[in-house]
Design a protein. Structure first.
Length: 138
């Protein structure tokens, strides 16, 4: 779109992977936003590791996004997962090496098949129970 800053995300890799470090060394000029996936219960360790890889490259001051986080194994109705999500939102909004510019939560919607984990939003817009409680304060 005219007059809007574009972003090319890279390397879009799974949390815990060292591939991001190689991409930052070899082809950092092919993208302008660093983007990784991180499904850890505490996203801060891998976030700090990626920030360390970014330092000393042309991407040192680039935006860091977490393109996927949350869970693909546990239903979003699980209370411990809900607490971890809230903690990770706080961790990612703190200044410094934990700061995340933007993110996309994985499994926003149900997979649509019985027996698979529930997403945040189910059939007909039904939300996970903890989300409803968090939203209305109960």
């Amino acid at each position: 779109m005219p007059d809007r800053t574009y972003r090319i995300h890279g390397p879009k890799t799974l949390g815990g992977s060292n591939w991001s470090a190689s991409v930052l060394e070899e082809i950092p000029n092919y993208f302008n936003t660093v983007n990784v996936h991180n499904y850890d219960a505490d996203i801060s360790n891998y976030t700090r590791k990626v920030r360390g890889w970014m330092n000393g490259t042309v991407r040192a001051n680039s935006q860091l996004w977490v393109g996927e986080w949350g869970s693909y194994e546990i239903s979003y109705g699980d209370f411990s997962l809900a607490l971890n999500l809230i903690k990770n939102l706080i961790r990612g909004s703190q200044p410094g090496d934990n700061y995340i510019y933007g993110s996309h939560i994985f499994c926003l919607y149900d997979w649509g098949k019985p027996g698979l984990p529930e997403g945040l939003l189910g059939d007909g817009g039904k939300t996970a129970r903890w989300l409803l409680c968090f939203a209305d304060g109960n």
